[in-house]
Design a protein around this ligand. Structure first.
Ligand code: C5P
Length: 210
């Protein structure tokens, strides 16, 4: 069984993916980490993010085992990830790894932007997790303040909201694998849902799809 979960930044898709993976005892891949890994290496080595050849070479040599989720969750890494993710050859370079993960015996849970459309269009269960930009900005803001990455001020909330809007526009507007609701995907809006009811809705959608 493959569970494909897509949605915009800070929609809650990562949390739901982890919960579903634990529930069904399936391996889970947060595919955003792959793009974050490429973006982080570009930043650390001082390569311009629009250099497609270098980004592609980094993507081709990316090792899942080297990706540290904690280190890759920073703001500048997310921003760099969405720039390199718009390069077709980078997406192509990361395709085989994701398809291999998805085709493991017993199944897998993958979350990202193009799982149900490109990576695993034959997935048994497809979920599209969303929430209003303001609510997603509040979640990301609280997370960044909690980690000491951001000051707890109205201005920094506005900056996060602007980041979210920019990232949404880039992820939805790109030519290659834009963020869209796949045919057959169940949309869950988590704007007014706490984690437990959101998980219950996700679980019910997966059960209905099996
Ligand atoms: O989900 P996360 O915020 O970690 O993703 C970072 C960026 O990676 C996204 O803004 C998006 O541009 C890109 N991404 C993608 N396709 C995926 C997962 C992430 O383009 N399957």
């Amino acid at each position: 069984m493959i569970i494909a979960i897509d949605g915009p930044a800070a929609s809650g898709k990562g949390t739901l993916a982890r919960r579903l993976a634990a529930h069904y005892r399936l391996p889970h891949l947060d595919t955003g980490l792959l793009y974050r890994g490429v973006g982080r290496i570009m930043l650390d080595r001082g390569f311009p993010l629009d250099n497609v050849e270098i980004a592609q070479a980094i993507a081709e040599n990316l090792d899942l085992a080297d990706l540290d989720a904690e280190k890759l969750r920073t703001r500048d890494t997310g921003e760099a990830a969405s720039v390199v993710a718009a390069h077709g050859p980078v997406r192509q370079a990361l395709l085989a790894l994701q398809r291999t993960f998805a085709s493991q015996t017993g199944g897998a849970v993958l979350d990202g932007r193009d799982i149900a459309t490109v990576i695993a269009p034959d997935a048994e269960a497809k979920l599209f997790i969303t929430a209003s930009p303001e609510e997603r900005a509040r979640r990301r803001f609280r997370e960044l303040v909690g980690r000491g990455e951001l000051a707890d001020t109205a201005d920094s909330y506005q900056a996060v909201l602007a980041d979210i809007a920019k990232r949404d526009a880039r992820d939805s507007g790109r030519a290659d694998a834009p963020l869209i609701v796949a045919p057959g995907a169940v949309v869950i809006d988590t704007t007014d849902l706490a984690i437990e009811p959101a998980f219950a809705a996700a679980l019910a959608a997966v059960e209905a799809a099996l």
